[in-house]
Design a protein around this ligand. Structure first.
Ligand SMILES: [Zn+2]
Ligand SMILES: [Zn+2]
Length: 1014
C-alpha cells in the first residue's frame, strides 16, 4: 500500500517535511560522499555580500547554480560545492558609514580606522542567518559550514601571493592618470565598476563659452593669411561643455586640423566655430566674415577664463609633472587633435588635462599646463568665489560668473548618459591622480584567446558582451584609497622610494629588521600599516602604501584563495584533482564586467588559462509588467512571500522554464501561481490518481515488465518516456535546464491529458486483468522515472514521489531520490512512428475541439462527422489506423481524411486550421444524435451527484428518476449506457427510498429529478 495522497496538497508544508527528512538523514552530504570515486565536478560560488538581505534575484542565480551539480551528481560525478562570502570593500564600508551617520572619509579617520574596520568586520554577517535560511529553504545545496570568506587571513595571503605573481612579471605599476573617481567614497573605481553605474537621461548643463584670442598670437598664426582681421572688435573661439566646473582647469582648446571653420560677424565681436556645426547650432543665418581650416587656428593663444594665479591654484607643466611656478604670461594654445567631432558641440573642444582621459593625453603630448582646482572630495579649492562647493553645485556659479563677464554664449540644459558610483550613487568625476594598476592590457590577446575556450550560455555573450569588453580592455585600476579591504601588499622605502611587493606573511617576516606585527595576526588596516622593515638598497624604512584592493580582486582570486593556495600543501594539487578550473559558474549578466571578468583576468595573468569552462549568464528579473524591480517603484518581491505561498519547487520550476537563462524574465506571485497550477498540480493529480487506484487494486510494482503483447497506449507512453529521458539528459548536459524542463512539461501534459484520461476506464474496471496491470505498471514507471528526472529541478516533489512510490514498496532502495542515478533511456522502447502518429491524433483532436467550440457545440453532443485535411498524404495511414481514438475524443460518428489541400465546404461545417492542417466538424444534428447528447448530459449530472453525495469512486449505486416524456424516452433508449457509466446496478423510474441523495435538474428545458443511493 502506498501512503494516501492528499489531492489538495499544501506544497510549502510538504517541503518543510522533506527538508527535515534530508536533514535527519544527511542526504546532501551522502549525495557527495557516495560519489567519491567519480570524476570531480567543480562549481565556483560567486560570493554574495551578507550585509544585505537576499533578494529574489539571488534566488534566481542560486537555483540555476543548483540544478547542474545535482544533475552531475546523479550522473556519477563527485561534486562538493563550497559556499563563499564577499566581505570587503565599499558595499560594507558604506553600510557602516550610514549606521554611524558619516558623510566623508574625514569622519572615518576621526573615528579611528581600527574601530571602523572592527565595525565592518562585525557587520558583514549581519544577515547571514537569513541567507542561510533562504539557501536551505530553496534547496540550494552548497557547503556553507566550510564557506570561504574573503576577509580571512589565509584568503588575504593568497590574494597577496597572486598579486606578487603579477608583480614579478612586471604587470603591476603606479600611474598618474585620469581615473573615474567617486568624490563621496574618495576613491578611484575600476572600469568594470564604472560600467555598472551608468544612468541614462541624466540632466546636466550644456554651455557654450567664449575664449578670447590674444591679438599678439593672431598676427603669427596661419589665420592671418586667410583673413584680414579688422582690429575693431574682439575675436573669440566658441567651445562647448557639459561640465562647467572643469572650466577653471582649462589649458587648451582642440580643433580638427582638416575641417572648415567659420568666423562669424556677431556685430559686437567675431566668433570662430566649425562650419559643419553652424546649422545644428542655428547660427547659419549669421554673416560669415571669413573661413579657414582648423590647421590655420593652431598657433593661436587665448586668455584663461580664470587666471589660476589670481585664485591660488598652483600651475604645473605636464612633461615632468613637477611644480614650476609661473613666470611667463599665462596663455593657452589652440591644438589640433584627432578626437574633435563634427557631430556635437562646436568643433572646438575644451581641454582640461586634470579632468579627462583624452585631455590628459593631449596635455602630455603638447606639454600643456596642468591645474587641479578640485580636491578628492569633489570640492572646489583656491579662492574662487565658488570655492568650497561641490563640483556639480559649482556649475551654476561658474556659469553665472561667465555670463556676468560676457563670456557665456549660451547656457542650456541637456540629457545624456552619465556614470554614477555603483555603491553610493554619487556622480563620478574623472580625476588625474596616482593609482595602482594591473597591466591587463599586456595579456589582452591571451584574455581573448582564453575566452574562446569558455562555453557561454547563451552563446552570444562570448563574442558579444564579454568579448567586446575584453577587446576594449584597459589596465585595471585596482587600488582603493579606503579602509576595509585586502591591503595592497606593496612596501615603499621612505628614503629612496623603492617599492616591493610582498607575497606572503612568512616572506614579510623574513625581511631585515621586520617589526610592528601584533600578536594576534590581522591582515587589515590599521595593523598592517604598522609593519615595517629595512630597505635592501639604502637601509631606509619600508612602509606599506596606504591603499587597499578593489573587492572585485578578492572575489576574482577565489579559485586560488578559497584553498589558501599555494600555502597549504594539499592546495597545490587543485589543477590535478579537478578543483581548478571550475566546470561551471553562473551569475547574472552584469557580472560580465564584474566577477566573470575579474576571475578571467586574474587566472590569465597568473596561469595563462581560463579558470571556468561553462557559464550560465542569467538575464535580469523584471516585475509582472516587464519593468525593472526597484525600491522606488515599490515592486520588489520578497522571496519569502512567494515561497510561503507556493513553495520552492514552484519558484524553481518557474525560473527554469519561464524563459531561457539569458533572457530577462518577469516575476510575480501570480506567474508562479500559474506554474503551480499548470505543472505541479497536473503532476500531482496524476500521482494522486495513481495512488488512489493502485491502493484500491493492491497493485505492487515489479521489476519484471509484462510478458507478451503490451497494449499500444502503454507502449506509446513508455516510448515517449524514454525519448524524454534522452532529451532531458541532453538538455542538462548542454547547460540548458529550460529546454529540458519544457520537455518534462510537455510529457506531463501527454501523461495527464492523454495517457491517464484515455486509460481511466482501464483503471476503473473491476477485473484485475493483464491490461489493467499493464496500465499500472506503465504509469508507475512514468511517475518513478519522472521523480528522478525532476530531482535536479524540483527536488522536493521529486523526493515526495520517490519516498512514496519507491521506498514504501521497497525498503531496501536508496533512502533518497537524490542518491539515485539519473535515468538511462531504454532506446529499444522508443517507437518514433508511434509517437508521431499519436501526436497527430492529439493534434487533430485538439483542433477538432476548437472547431466544435467555434460552432458552440457542447462536448457531450455527438456529431455526425469530422473531416480532416492533412499536411502530407503519408500521414493518412497512421491517422486511419487510430481513427477510433479521434472519434472518441471528438465525440463524432465518422472520420473522413481528405487529400492535402482540399477545401472544406463552408455550409454546415465548423473548421479550425493550423498551417496545412484543417479539421472540420459537421454541425447538422439528427434526432438520434440529440437524444444521445442528452443521455451523456444525464450521465455527467449523475457523476457530479456521486461526488456531491461523497460516494467512493468504486461504489456501486442505485439510481432513481422522474422525468418528462422526452427525457423518459431518452433514458429508456440509453439505459444500458447510463448504468454502466455511473456504476448504477439499477436505473429505476419513481421516487427513491428515504436517505437517498436528490437533485432536481433542468436539461435543455426538460425537467428531471434524480436520486442516488448506495
Ligand atoms: Zn561612491
Ligand atoms: Zn631605500
Amino acid at each position: 500500500m502506498f501512503k494516501a495522497v492528499n489531492p489538495r496538497q499544501n506544497f510549502p508544508q510538504m517541503e518543510e517535511d522533506i527538508l527535515k527528512l534530508w536533514q535527519d538523514k544527511g542526504v546532501f552530504k551522502k549525495s557527495i560522499e557516495n560519489r567519491r570515486d567519480g570524476k570531480r565536478f567543480t562549481l565556483y560560488e560567486g560570493p554574495p555580500t551578507a550585509n544585505g538581505r537576499p533578494g529574489i534575484h539571488h534566488v534566481l542565480s542560486r537555483v540555476f547554480k543548483d540544478v547542474i551539480p545535482r544533475y552531475k551528481v546523479m550522473k556519477g560525478y563527485y561534486a562538493p560545492r563550497i559556499g563563499g562570502w564577499d566581505t570587503h570593500g565599499l558595499p560594507v564600508e558604506l553600510e557602516v558609514e550610514k549606521e554611524l551617520g558619516f558623510t566623508s572619509k574625514n569622519d572615518i579617520e576621526k573615528y579611528g580606522i581600527a574601530e571602523f574596520n572592527a565595525r565592518c568586520r562585525s557587520s558583514v554577517f549581519k544577515y547571514v542567518s537569513e541567507w542561510n535560511k533562504l539557501t536551505e529553504r530553496i534547496a540550494y545545496w552548497v557547503d556553507l559550514d566550510n564557506a570561504y570568506i574573503t576577509m580571512d587571513n589565509n584568503y588575504i595571503e593568497s590574494d597577496w601571493w597572486a598579486l606578487k605573481q603579477m608583480w614579478d612579471k612586471g604587470l603591476v605599476y603606479q600611474g598618474h592618470r585620469v581615473t573615474p573617481h567617486c568624490p563621496r567614497c574618495g576613491t578611484s573605481l575600476s572600469s568594470h565598476e564604472v560600467a555598472q553605474g551608468y544612468k541614462d537621461n541624466t540632466e546636466d548643463p550644456s554651455v557654450f563659452v567664449k575664449f578670447e584670442i590674444t591679438k599678439e598670437s593672431l598676427a603669427k598664426a596661419g589665420l592671418a593669411k586667410k583673413w584680414a582681421y579688422p582690429a575693431d572688435k574682439p575675436l573669440y573661439l566658441l567651445a562647448w561643455t557639459t561640465t562647467p566646473w572643469t572650466l577653471p582647469a582649462n589649458t587648451a582648446l582642440a580643433v580638427s586640423a582638416a575641417d572648415q571653420y567659420a568666423i562669424l560677424d556677431m556685430t559686437d565681436y567675431y566668433m570662430i566655430l566649425a562650419k559643419p556645426r553652424l546649422s545644428a547650432l542655428k547660427l547659419a543665418e549669421n554673416p560669415v566674415a571669413g573661413e579657414c581650416l582648423g590647421n590655420d587656428l593652431s598657433g593661436l593663444f587665448y586668455k584663461p577664463l580664470f587666471d589660476p594665479r589670481e585664485f591660488g591654484i598652483p600651475v604645473r607643466n605636464m612633461q615632468d609633472n613637477s611644480e614650476t611656478g609661473v613666470s611667463e604670461e599665462l596663455l593657452y594654445p589652440v591644438i589640433t587633435t584627432s578626437y574633435v567631432s563634427m557631430d556635437d558641440g562646436t568643433g572646438i573642444v575644451h581641454t582640461a588635462p586634470a579632468y579627462g582621459e583624452l585631455d590628459y593625453e593631449s596635455g602630455v603630448k603638447y606639454g600643456l599646463k596642468f591645474l587641479h582646482h578640485v580636491d578628492l572630495q569633489g570640492r572646489i579649492t583656491g579662492s574662487y568665489p565658488f570655492a568650497g562647493k561641490f563640483v556639480k553645485e559649482a556649475d551654476k556659479d561658474i556659469s553665472r560668473n561667465l555670463k556676468e563677464r560676457g563670456l557665456m554664449f549660451r547656457n542650456e540644459r541637456m540629457h545624456h548618459t552619465y556614470p554614477f558610483c555603483w555603491r553610493c550613487d554619487s556622480p563620478l568625476i574623472y580625476y588625474a591622480k596616482q593609482s595602482w594598476y594591473i597591466r591587463t592590457t599586456a595579456v589582452r590577446d591571451e584574455l581573448i584567446k582564453g575566452n574562446q575556450q569558455i562555453n557561454w550560455y547563451p552563446e552570444h555573450i562570448k563574442d558579444g558582451r564579454f568579448g567586446d569588453w575584453l577587446e576594449n580592455n584597459i589596465d585595471w585600476a585596482f587600488s582603493r584609497e579606503r579602509y576595509w579591504g585586502t591591503p595592497v601588499p606593496i612596501w615603499r622605502c621612505e628614503k629612496c622610494g623603492r617599492t616591493e611587493c610582498v607575497g606572503g606573511i612568512d616572506e614579510l617576516k623574513a625581511k631585515p629588521n621586520f617589526k610592528g606585527m601584533q600578536e594576534k595576526l590581522d591582515i587589515h588596516r590599521p595593523y598592517v600599516d604598522e609593519w615595517t622593515y629595512d630597505c635592501d638598497k639604502c637601509g631606509g624604512n619600508m612602509k606599506r602604501v596606504t591603499e587597499v584592493m578593489d573587492c572585485w580582486y578578492d572575489s576574482g582570486a577565489m579559485p586560488v584563495a578559497q584553498y589558501h593556495y599555494p600555502f597549504e600543501s594539499e592546495s597545490r594539487s587543485i589543477a590535478k584533482d579537478g578543483r581548478f578550473p571550475a566546470d561551471y559558474i553562473c551569475e547574472a549578466v552584469d557580472q560580465t564586467r564584474g566577477w566573470f571578468y575579474s576571475l578571467h583576468a586574474i587566472s590569465t595573468l597568473i596561469f595563462n588559462r581560463p579558470c571556468y569552462q561553462n557559464v550560465i549568464c542569467l538575464g535580469h528579473i523584471l516585475d509582472e509588467r516587464g519593468e525593472k524591480m526597484s525600491k522606488s517603484r515599490n515592486n520588489v518581491i520578497q522571496p519569502a512571500t512567494v515561497l510561503d505561498k507556493y513553495g520552492a519547487d514552484a519558484v524553481r520550476w518557474y525560473f527554469y522554464t519561464a524563459a531561457p537563462p539569458g533572457n530577462a524574465r518577469r516575476f510575480s506571485e501570480k506567474l508562479v501561481g500559474e506554474v503551480t497550477r499548470q505543472f505541479l498540480l497536473m503532476l500531482w493529480n496524476v500521482y494522486s490518481f495513481f495512488v488512489t487506484y493502485a491502493n484500491i487494486d493492491s497493485f505492487t510494482p515489479s521489476e519484471k515488465y509484462l510478458e507478451g503483447e503490451v497494449p499500444e497506449l502503454d507502449r506509446w507512453i513508455l516510448s515517449e518516456l524514454n525519448q524524454l529521458v534522452l532529451d532531458v539528459d541532453k538538455g542538462l548536459d548542454n547547460y540548458d535546464p529550460t529546454q529540458a524542463g519544457r520537455r518534462i512539461e510537455d510529457f506531463v501534459g501527454y501523461l495527464s491529458n492523454w495517457y491517464v484520461r484515455r486509460s481511466r476506464r482501464r483503471f476503473w474496471k473491476s477485473e484485475n486483468d493483464a491490461d489493467k496491470l499493464s496500465a499500472y505498471q506503465a504509469l508507475y514507471t512514468c511517475l518513478v522515472t519522472l521523480s528522478r528526472l525532476l530531482a535536479p529541478f524540483t527536488p522536493f516533489v521529486a523526493e515526495e514521489l520517490y519516498q512514496n512510490l519507491v521506498l514504501s514498496a521497497d525498503p531496501s532502495a536508496l533512502e533518497s531520490v537524490h542518491l539515485t542515478d539519473f535515468p538511462v533511456a531504454d532506446t529499444a522502447l522508443i517507437d518514433e512512428q508511434l509517437d508521431n502518429e499519436i501526436r497527430l491524433v492529439m493534434k487533430v483532436s485538439s483542433m477538432g475541439r476548437s472547431a466544435r467550440s467555434k460552432a458552440a457545440l457542447k462536448v457531450r453532443q455527438p456529431l455526425a462527422e469530422v473531416m480532416v485535411v492533412l499536411a502530407s498524404a503519408g500521414e493518412r495511414t497512421g491517422l486511419m489506423r487510430l481513427a477510433e481514438q479521434v472519434l472518441e475524443e471528438l465525440n463524432v460518428k465518422a472520420l473522413a481524411v481528405e487529400e492535402p489541400g482540399t477545401v472544406i465546404p463552408e455550409k454546415n461545417y465548423a473548421a479550425s486550421t493550423e498551417g496545412a492542417y484543417t479539421v472540420a466538424v459537421y454541425t447538422g444534428l439528427s434526432e438520434e444524435l440529440l437524444a444521445e447528447g442528452t443521455a451523456r448530459e444525464i450521465v455527467h449530472r449523475l457523476q457530479t451527484m456521486r461526488k456531491s453525495a461523497e460516494f467512493e469512486i468504486a461504489d456501486y449505486i442505485n439510481t432513481h428518476y422522474q422525468a418528462d416524456e422526452y427525457l423518459d424516452s431518452v433514458i429508456r433508449m440509453h439505459s444500458e449506457y447510463i448504468r454502466k457509466e455511473t456504476l448504477s446496478n439499477r436505473l429505476i423510474k419513481g421516487n427513491a427510498p428515504e436517505g437517498a441523495y436528490a437533485e432536481s435538474l433542468d436539461i435543455d428545458g426538460h425537467s428531471l429529478s434524480l436520486w442516488v443511493a448506495r
